[in-house]
Ligand binder design. Structure first.
Ligand SMILES: [Mg+2]
Length: 284
């Protein structure tokens, strides 16, 4: 392998996954989280945008691969907009699985497919301000209405960690009362419908596409389910590779990953290196 920028996976399974990706890219499915992985984390999630090199790197790599998907907790249409994915060169087959796979946007049609939201979301939306008041939520705590989920952020509080800890129990109780689950993230607790996670979304899309290699990259606790799915697929005989977009805020993912890169910068560098390697292999 010629490129010095390609990292060496830390595990045998990861080395096998990278080798399979490079030698049989048309059998591979690459799935990536959005925030913290392709887009730098910012204080206001509405200001998040893809890393300036992300779309070009993905667009260069995607035609060489069997499938490319974004799997995000955001609404699919929001990730498409903030990512700048619609109409991007090379991304004409991109799929964005939003709300942890509950929604799906296909670049081929430009349409979002989404079931009705869980009725508990409306109840939680109505009760949440009162619950935050009663819990004595820190100043700077705020609610993000995601349509089929509601998220409570503490990144803007003076002590984001203490602010999020304070809310864990009351929000867990509120979610449980309305049949929802809490998805913890980087200074955020999201209340959403159960039954779907990034692992389920990844495994279903791998099966749909008949992929033989599954590559997943993410940065946060919600991505652990997708890492688990890669492990399960490997146990079933597929090749797999897990990549962590590393940050100081989350360590649990780096410990599990075959490859750790330095945030979205590192992730874009990895995508470029993979495309370069495949270009080299083609012209060799
Ligand atoms: Mg993320």
């Amino acid at each position: 392998m010629g490129s010095h920028r390609l990292p060496a996976p830390a595990t045998d399974a990861g080395r096998a996954g990278l080798a399979a990706l490079l030698t049989r890219p048309q059998e591979a499915l690459l799935a990536l989280d959005f925030d913290g992985t392709l887009a730098p984390i910012v204080a206001d999630p509405d200001s998040a945008r893809a890393h300036p090199g992300a779309v070009a790197a993905l667009g260069r790599l995607a035609p060489r691969l069997g499938s490319v998907a974004i799997i995000t907790g955001r609404p699919a249409a929001v990730a498409v907009r903030y990512g700048g994915f619609s109409g991007a060169p090379g991304l004409d087959r991109l799929v964005v699985l939003g709300h942890y796979g509950a929604e799906r946007w296909d670049a081929a049609t430009g349409l979002v497919r989404a079931p009705d939201p869980h009725p508990g979301v409306a109840a939680v939306r109505a009760e949440l301000p009162g619950v935050l008041d009663k819990a004595g939520a820190w100043r700077g705590t705020w609610i993000e209405d995601k349509g089929r989920a509601v998220a409570v952020h503490t990144r803007r509080a003076e002590d984001p960690q203490a602010a999020v800890e304070l809310l864990r129990e009351p929000l867990a109780a509120l979610a449980a009362h309305h049949g929802l689950v809490v998805e913890p993230g980087r200074f955020v607790l999201e209340l959403r419908s159960p039954g779907m996670d990034k692992g389920v979304a990844l495994a279903e899309y791998v099966r749909e596409r008949g992929a033989r290699t599954a590559v997943y990259g993410g940065d946060d606790l919600g991505d652990l389910a997708a890492f688990d799915a890669v492990d399960t697929l490997r146990a079933e005989g597929l090749a797999g590779l897990t990549v962590c977009s590393g940050s100081e805020e989350v360590v649990a993912l780096a410990e599990r990953a075959d490859v750790v890169v330095d945030g979205p910068d590192g992730m874009v560098g990895l995508l470029d290196a993979l495309a370069e390697e495949m270009d080299g292999a083609r012209s060799a």
